[in-house]
Design a protein around this ligand. Structure first.
Ligand SMILES: [Zn+2]
Length: 155
């Protein structure tokens, strides 16, 4: 991996590894990159004959919200910092019990969708595997697929 980073001159940035196969493009999309060098591997060889996706981005560091979004789209993904072409230790992504202000509630009648209400959308994780969330205001349940769609569509 370090050789690849050198050949692409990615001396500093972020590597997102162990992305579930097929989710790489979605994660690439939510990172909103402009002009940075990126490499995206699709169906790269992973452990135990499985394939995975993987992204490295020059000069890009994930904030708390972006990191959470990556974890929601691909729960097994790991994030590593690149410094001087070297990879720093892996960070496993944890989804907290409450998620606030990451995406909108799909219920148009929910108070968080009323323009005049300064209420930030907020959800509680009611189940981890498979992921299930519940809106803290209207009690609408969301599946992992719905969450992924809301994040990728930028809602
Ligand atoms: Zn709601």
């Amino acid at each position: 991996m370090e050789e690849t980073l050198k050949s692409l001159n990615i001396d500093s940035g972020t590597l997102i590894d162990n992305i579930s196969a097929g989710k790489g493009l979605k994660i690439f999309k939510i990172l909103n990159l402009k002009g940075e060098t990126v490499f995206l591997f699709i169906n790269a060889p992973g452990e135990r004959f499985r394939v995975k996706d993987l992204i490295a981005v020059k000069n890009c560091f994930l904030g708390e919200k972006e990191t959470l979004k990556v974890a929601l789209i691909s729960p097994g993904a790991t994030v590593r910092r690149i410094e001087n072409f070297e990879l720093k230790p892996e960070r496993h992504l944890e989804i907290p019990k409450h998620l606030t202000d990451l995406f909108k509630c799909p219920n148009s009648k929910c108070i968080t969708n009323k323009e005049r209400e300064p209420v930030k959308p907020s959800f509680t994780v009611t189940q981890r595997e498979p992921l299930k969330l519940k809106c803290d205001y209207c009690d609408r349940y969301l599946s992992r697929e719905e969450v992924e769609e809301l994040i990728v569509s930028g809602k």
